[in-house]
Design a protein around this ligand. Sequence first.
Ligand code: ADP
Ligand code: MG
Length: 706
Amino acid sequence: MPSPNQQSIDLNSITSLKGVGPRMAEKLARLNLFRLQDVLFHLPLRYEDRTRIVPIGSLHHSNRAVIEGVVEHSAISFGRSGRQRRRVLMVHLADGTGSIKLRFFNFSKAQQEKLSKGTRLRCYGEARRVTNHLEIIHPEFSEVLENSLTPTDEALTPIYPTTDGVHQLTLKKLIDQVLEMLNRENSHLLMDYLPEEMVKQISTLGSDMVDLKSAINFIHRPPPDVSLSALDEGVHPSQQRLAFEELLTHQLSLQQLREKIQSQGAEILSNGGKLLQGYLKLLPFELTGAQSKVIEVIKHDVALDKPMLRLVQGDVGSGKTVVAFAACLMAVNAGRQAAVMAPTEILAEQHFQNFTQWAGELGLKVAWLSGKTKVKQRREMLAIIESGEANIVVGTHALFQDEVKFNHLSLVVIDEQHRFGVHQRLALKNKGVKAHQLIMTATPIPRTLAMTAYGDLDVSVIDELPPGRTPVKTVVLHEARRPDVIQRVRAAIADGRQVYWVCTLVEESEVLQCQAAEDTQVLLQEIMPEFQIGLVHGRMKPIEKETVMSEFKNKKINLLVATTVIEVGVDVPNASLMIIENSERLGLSQLHQLRGRVGRGSTASSCVLIYSNPLSKTAKKRLAVMRETNSGFDIAEEDLKIRGPGEVLGTRQTGMMQFRIADILRDENLISAVHEAAEEIVQQHPEIIEPLIRRWLSGAEQYGEV
Ligand code: ADP
Ligand code: MG
């Protein structure tokens, strides 16, 4: 039971507002609204312009607007929706400048009567072009009496994130209440934590200085003279003021996370010594300059008694595996263990094969662990991992299950990090793993974005491909040109080359995708009986997969039909032709990953993207990008424009990097100032870190906790 004292009303609690009882408070909690300040920082998602009536004749597709006109015609028809016939009420509205159709699927008798011929209506909705006319589906509407002057809104209407049982209007009223309190004299509701100097500095970024209180007022209730397009641009000083603070807080919380991890300490490893020297002699090639540089940086990192937290970005084929193994040797040479985690079974297997071969020549032992490892082998592996006989352990995320006990783990390498999402790497910490962390990704992203997304990591880039590679030539062909494709396949194989044929389905059904691959293998084998055609897909047993992959590697198989399981990391340099079916359905990074399986040897390679119609605008754009560039950086940049950072980084699902007002692409100009400011705060004003985090990240504990 709370003591009477605790029960006394907390003036900062949301329950001190009119209309907020325990029930409503519970609902508001789902929006992470607990305190009055939270309400002030519950920012609009967007705005609607209901300040003026737009002539129907000037409307365009996707315009949201208020219109006013007279119903010319109104009738119920029966449309089709799937297999069902559905009642539709179609209303034609005209205002002398043009006409538009209003379409209603759900309507009461009373509504239907209200929408009859001759009625004057004011509507709000989004106009869409349908064949040769414009229509609005389910507009908001109200009747307007002839010659009356029903006023329009004075300012833009903010639209807030809502949840079940909390309506826009409810939120708007709550926010009005809190704004009113804020604007009273001597209100202590809102503290501007940022040092004055810093705020001044933001203002030199091209806008006038705005104090926090004005910014909050502006964002919630934009004045009448502000246009929607100006707000959509997001560069008003008030918006920038808040975006800056939000980005800054994000940065501070990532740094805090980094410090937490680093404060746990780590063991000092070696520079790899004789082992590393021996390994480099084994390799049939010289390291590229970029590889050497990154290896040197890692040596430096692991020579410290705090954990390395390094992300290595390198395009597909840039030789990250060698760097990973070199890092492992730094642990092994110091008498410790290293673990390498890959996102898929097939990639982990491949690392295992490479590593086993290298380790064998160096007299080291590599253990293997995946979710599919059989009981007996598993027991053996667990034993040698625990005894320390295994120097390096390779596997999938099964590596970090509770029953796995390392003897002396001190380095963890995570390959192809984008598949894990940011979260998984942080999860390591929960396992009590106190180790240096090296994260490898083949999804290079622009520097400013990396600074924001990986604010807790040091970032290195392998910005050079091994010499002698010729860029992959990409062609885009309609599926009707399949005979030409077969011709190319024949020519490549006749030339002693090998081919990948990738079957994709967007339905996300693994069963269907594997079925498609099986069918394709049969079909291709019929067309080309003279060649060895193999098949690999996700539903095969690990041992079967392994066999097929090694046969392909040993050139016993000419053509490998595969599902997207080969997307990541598979490495067969003699393969020089890649065919991708249904390429219009894949995302850019997936296409780039797939294409990266060829072009690994010194012969000219090519990639055929087969597509079928209809081709959406973005699909067309993606295919064009693939045809035009081989650079992972350029592709990542285009991908960002098409899909946005949340999708590209895989953070959308986890709710991380979901900003309230900042937009990493739009606010790129703020990023370096944000980083400087974060430094300064850590050095000189550490006391404002917690309050800022509470303000911007309440409910997003994942930053601090994971
Ligand atoms: P990724 O960065 O995509 O993981 P890999 O590590 O799989 O790339 O390397 C791709 C291919 O390049 C492999 O066949 C590897 O042996 C080869 N390779 C790596 N480094 C070099 C180098 N410095 N010179 C020549 N070939 C290299
Ligand atoms: Mg790789």
